[in-house]
Design a protein around this ligand. Structure first.
Ligand code: PLP
Length: 672
């Protein structure tokens, strides 16, 4: 109707009446007038034109109607999308609030690894991680494992999280997985210190390498007996390693581990490093999602080794600097602590299959006594746990006053079928670039299973020959190499620890390994891992790379590891740079304390002695730790950019997954 009335306004009517009149006139007149004919034709064509015009108008109107309808549909869709977007924002806001709540209650970062390899699960866990906060160990321990979110802060940068369409879920995790030391390691390789070519480059006190014996090793490894190229060395070997090498390893370990009876070559497996060995053992001893028990702080590379291939996680027994209960030294491993960690994990349904022992311990430098070793092994036997004993630093005990006891040297192993010992040449022979590690196990099932995986981790034939030659040369090892190596390690250790004493910095005074475990807590404004990270970055900005405690999953923020096995000129320059940072920090903290007297807790700081440090009181966090909102915002930005994420994460899905949040949101929307 509206249509026709509108058309009436547009189209003049007179044409119709003129035609009508003409027809009437023609009916009356019989005589044909040529003018009439012409008029008739004109009027007929005018009418046709008008009708055509009307049709076009009608079509245009219909089009307008369609457009209007589409516009309304679009508006409705836009409204819906806006609601979904609002809901996502609301959901993120709720997450932020919970993070803030946690950091206010002093929660620390979580310490368990993800249970499965589900990417979205890992992503959401990382998105929700506490990432630092204060060092409230009691609270951290009290939280159930299942509630402790994944702290992959050191391993994954949530800002990097963008699912690659080319990779599986597992591949995506490997893609974004960042080793705890990767950032510093990359920075170092991009800007290495060189006395002549790059004197302002980074000094590396972060990577656990012995840089004191290149002269001795390169000389020995280039002697003529090392160069053999016989056909068997150029062909596929036995995957467990050539027998000549396994025999040599068995003799070597029998001698240096002081085994009560000769160790057997058939129990030896060789592969390309202890890192690979951790992967292989975790894979053959645990199913995906199962766990291995380890005391923190520990060499962080193990996390990567056991998780990336085997999807095996770590359960932590937390050690701390306080000397309490039966402990007599800071960070002491006791059976009590192992029992507690195991029981907590079991209570939460986590299946723990094995215990990892590092002896000498990295980063603490502790050497376990025979009775301690026996206690740990008995504990494992009681709970039917395998024990993986990593003795990779066994020949790097540089002071005669300290005695190393290998598990292989014990008269009797409590559970020989579940005891597996590893060693390698990276550390003790200062050749981490030659990839070689070895496993000794009496359990032939374990040996065969690891042997199958050795296909992926083999050592090339010519290197197997060189290693056999090296291990065979007992005179050179004892008379030349170890003497020089130990003297050099001792001198370097003395230099660094003397510097630390001058600076008044507490540290653990040990005599094994390449590291000193240092207490820099007094240089943190607050007892948080964020502050620890800031200090770490400050060192790096001043061109000295250290490892911070978080990289070892230390439960107390503020501890750092320095590698001292380096040449004097680099030690001097590195310590100079460290001193500069610490002095600046001290000034800043003093200035801040003048402005805000609430900040630090002098009584809680550690004091040191020559032997070990003693911590009078645990430094409690004085201020709430900042949350990792920055990370969350980074993650949010990634999500916004990823259309895939937006499509998958609809309000309906949220409503199902998080009904409580959806409920609050709906009520708020209702009030708008
Ligand atoms: C305790 C410990 N185990 C194993 C490794 C890795 O050794 P490899 O070079 O044989 O892979 C390291 C390296 O730092 C380590 O400190």
């Amino acid at each position: 109707m509206a249509n026709s009335s509108r058309i009436q306004n547009v189209v003049p009517r007179p044409g119709f009446s003129a035609l009508h009149r003409l027809r009437k006139k023609r009916k009356g007149q019989r005589v044909k007038d040529p003018l009439d004919d012409l008029l008739l034709k004109t009027l007929t064509s005018q009418r046709a034109m008008e009708e055509r015009f009307l049709q076009m108008e009608e079509r245009r109107f219909q089009r307008d109607l369609d457009v209007e309808e589409r516009r309304m549909q679009l508006e409705q869709r836009r409204f819906e999308l806006e609601r979904e977007h609002e809901f996502r924002m609301f959901n993120v806001f709720a997450q932020m609030l919970s993070i803030l709540k946690q950091s206010h209650s002093g929660s620390s970062s979580s310490l368990a690894m993800p249970r499965g390899l589900d990417f979205s699960q890992a992503l959401s866990e990382i998105a929700g991680m506490g990432g630092g906060g204060g060092g409230d160990l009691q609270e951290l321990r009290a939280r159930p494992l299942t509630e402790r979110r994944v702290d992959m802060h050191g391993f994954c940068n949530p800002g990097d999280f963008q699912r690659s369409p080319y990779l599986s879920a597992r591949g995506n995790i490997a893609n974004v997985f960042r080793g705890s030391t990767e950032e510093g390691y990359k920075a170092y390789h991009a800007d290495k210190y060189d006395e002549d070519k790059n004197p302002n480059g980074i000094i590396n006190f972060g990577t656990s390498e012995n840089k004191l014996c290149f002269d001795l090793m390169s000389k020995r490894l280039t002697q003529t007996d090392m160069n053999l190229m016989e056909p068997p060395l150029l062909q596929y070997p036995d995957w467990k390693g050539h027998m000549f090498l396994r025999e040599e390893v068995a003799r070597f370990l029998t001698y240096y581990c002081k085994a009560p009876a000769p160790l057997k070559a058939e129990n030896v497996i060789v592969l390309n490093g202890c890192g690979s060995l951790f992967s292989a053992l975790a894979t053959v001893l645990c199913d995906p999602g199962e766990a291995v028990l380890i005391a923190t702080p520990f060499y962080g590379g193990i996390t990567q080794s056991v998780f990336l291939y085997g999807n095996v996680k770590l359960v932590y027994a937390y050690l701390d600097s306080k000397i309490t209960g039966t402990s007599t030294r800071p960070f002491q491993l006791t059976v009590e602590k192992l029992e507690k960690a195991l029981q907590d994990a079991r209570a939460e349904g986590v299946t723990v299959r094995a215990l990892i022992l590092l002896n000498p311990q990295n980063p603490l430098g502790d050497i376990y006594s025979l009775s301690e070793l026996r206690d740990y092994l008995e504990f494992a036997k009681r709970h039917e746990l395998h024990v993986i004993v990593d003795e990779i630093y066994m020949l790097s005990v540089f002071d005669e006053s300290a005695t190393f006891h290998s598990v292989l040297g014990m008269d009797r192993l409590p559970d020989p079928q579940r005891t597996h010992v590893m060693w390698g040449i990276s550390k003790d022979f200062a050749v981490s670039g030659i990839r070689f590690g070895t496993l000794y196990t009496e359990n032939q099932d374990v040996a065969n299973a690891v042997g199958s995986l050795c296909y992926f981790h083999g050592v090339c034939g010519p290197v197997q020959h060189k290693v056999a030659q090296l291990l065979r040369d007992r005179d050179w090892i004892n008379q030349v190499y170890l003497r020089a190596n130990h003297a050099r390690l001792k001198a370097a250790h003395t230099y660094v620890t003397d510097e630390l004493k001058t600076l008044g910095v507490p540290f653990l005074n040990r005599n094994a390994g390449f590291f000193v475990w240092i207490d820099f807590r007094k240089y943190l404004r607050t007892g948080t891992f964020e502050e620890e990270m800031l200090l770490w970055r400050r060192f790096l900005d001043n061109k000295v790379l250290l490892s911070c405690g978080k990289a070892f999953e230390c439960s107390e923020p503020g501890w750092f590891r320095i590698i001292f096995a380096d040449k004097t000129h680099r030690l001097q320059l590195g310590m100079q740079r460290i001193r500069k940072v610490l002095e600046e920090r001290e000034q800043e903290i003093l200035a801040e304390e003048k402005e805000q007297p609430c900040q630090s807790d002098q009584d809680g700081k550690a004091d040191s002695t020559d032997e070990v440090i003693f911590v009078s009181r645990h430094q409690e966090p004085t201020c709430a730790g900042s949350s990792n909102l920055g990370d969350l915002i980074g993650l949010l930005q990634q999500q916004m950019r990823s259309s895939d994420w937006l499509q998958k994460n609809t309000a309906e899905q949220f409503a199902q997954e998080k009904p409580e949040i959806y409920d609050v949101f709906s009520k708020l929307v209702g009030k708008q």
